[in-house]
Design a binder for this molecule. Structure first.
Ligand SMILES: CC(=O)SCCNC(=O)CCNC(=O)[C@H](O)C(C)(C)COP(=O)(O)OP(=O)(O)OC[C@H]1O[C@@H](n2cnc3c(N)ncnc32)[C@H](O)[C@@H]1OP(=O)(O)O
Length: 395
């Protein structure tokens, strides 16, 4: 078997192979080559596995910016379209592609990689840990009174085709403040790549404007048989979120509103007068994080609490084991190798899970994955983020 990087000439064979791996026929792109989930690929970022000159496996990465705690923007390679032909599975093709791809990313200076996993059992062995979570919230309109009245007069409903630029701008402001959020490059919006609501699927877009008429929030939704389903509410302002939620809940012909993606501990539940009016369900992992360079990743993120901690980090896939002293002062961290006794011994995949603050080290200690050599209270306080990380981007 051979693994090689792809070029623009490989697009057809890449798509044929990945569609066969997923058992799906490709959709037809629009006249400009866009409108399908893969249209924003950069083909020089892909890999193909071949046996006897025939493609049997694929993977590619997007050059994202990931928002870290402390509103720090960091480059992150978003791996996607991982597929191995049904006839070639469980023979180490994915393992070989991962080794090639993670090695190439490290060589090019990347220190973080992210992905969305189709199955929870695949990526831990490669050093990825689940790091953001999402769930749905369903509010019955009849029970939807807010504790404090909210007005939404500054909202306008636009056709999807007229809202692309506004959505791109509002999304970009939002994602800079939300730990766990990913950039959506202009090319991605322009080509209508991805999945609904960003792909040109039938959706309405409600845009909220501030006192100067500048868009500061939007929501994309569709109403079917009394259920108004909201794909995403995008704003950096919680009051605007409440206004857009009220708009949806005040919509005629609606019996319930389903917010498809809300982060853990979102204030919407508390905005409702009746706490039980916003039950949540369908909690799932979303973004998985892999640290490719532990000191660079740890010193890149912002920190809310001063302190120091010694981490003994095992990386079985890359065959590495290092002990680091992390010292945080004034929100900035230093990270150096040390021989001091560790506070925590952990696998790099578990470090990926706590990195954005979405999972506490103590949860993983209680799960038996992470070993604490003493109290874990300090580690929990250190890794906390300003708010639970959340990612809405599908790729
Ligand atoms: C980021 C993304 O793109 S997610 C998309 C992932 N792709 C898919 O779901 C498409 C359908 N599935 C596939 O194409 C393939 O089955 C893949 C890509 C998931 C796995 O490819 P393979 O070449 O079979 O993996 P490989 O042989 O390298 O397996 C490595 C190890 O992972 C395990 N593994 C592989 N797939 C799975 C799985 N779905 N669930 C649990 N374990 C798995 C294997 O058992 C093996 O374990 P071992 O080392 O203990 O023997």
């Amino acid at each position: 078997m051979q693994i090689r990087s792809t070029t623009a000439q490989d697009l057809d064979v890449f798509l044929r192979t990945v569609h066969t791996a997923f058992g799906r026929f490709p959709e037809t792109p629009d006249a400009h080559g866009g409108g399908v989930w893969w249209s924003a690929f950069e083909m020089d970022r892909g890999v193909i596995a071949e046996t006897a000159g025939r493609a049997v496996g694929t993977a590619i990465s997007y050059p994202f910016e990931l928002t870290l705690p402390g509103s720090v923007l960091a480059p992150a390679a978003g791996i996607t379209s991982v597929g191995v032909l049904p006839t070639h599975r469980r023979q180490g093709v994915l393992t070989a592609m991962m080794r090639y791809q993670l090695g190439a990313l490290r060589d090019s200076g990347e220190f973080l990689s992210v992905l969305l996993a189709t199955e929870g059992g695949i990526y831990g062995r490669f050093g990825y840990g689940p790091a953001t979570y999402t769930r749905r919230m369903t509010v019955q309109r009849a029970q939807s009174a807010f504790r404090t009245q909210v007005h939404w007069s500054a909202i306008e409903v636009l056709p999807r085709s007229e809202a692309t630029e506004i959505m791109g701008e509002v999304y970009d402001r939002y994602r800079r403040t939300q730990p766990g959020a990913l950039s959506r490059p202009h090319r991605w919006w322009a080509l209508g790549a991805g999945m609904p609501p960003v792909a040109p699927a039938p959706r309405y877009v409600a845009v909220h404007r501030d006192a100067h008429g500048v868009p500061d929030g939007y929501t994309t939704y569709v109403l079917d048989n009394g259920t108004l389903t909201i794909d995403e509410v995008i704003t950096a302002d919680d009051a605007v979120f409440a206004a857009l939620a009220r708009f949806a809940l005040d919509h005629d012909l609606v019996t319930e509103v389903v917010f498809k993606h809300v982060p853990t501990d979102h204030p919407l539940r508390w905005v409702l007068a009746d706490f039980d009016a916003g039950p949540t369900s369908g909690e799932m992992d979303w973004l998985w994080v892999r640290l490719l360079d532990v000191p660079r990743a740890l010193t890149a993120r912002g920190w809310l609490t001063d302190g120091e901690i010694v981490l003994d980090v095992d990386d079985p896939f890359l065959g590495e084991h290092h002990r680091y002293l992390l010292t945080v002062e004034g929100g900035m961290a230093e990270c150096v190798e040390t021989t001091r006794d560790p506070d925590l011994s952990l696998d790099v995949r578990d470090l990926g899970s706590v990195y954005l603050g979405g999972t506490t080290p103590s949860t993983l200690v209680r799960a038996g994955h992470v070993k604490a050599h003493g109290s874990v209270v300090k580690a929990d306080a250190l890794f906390r983020a300003e708010r639970p990380p959340h990612c809405l981007h599908w790729f």
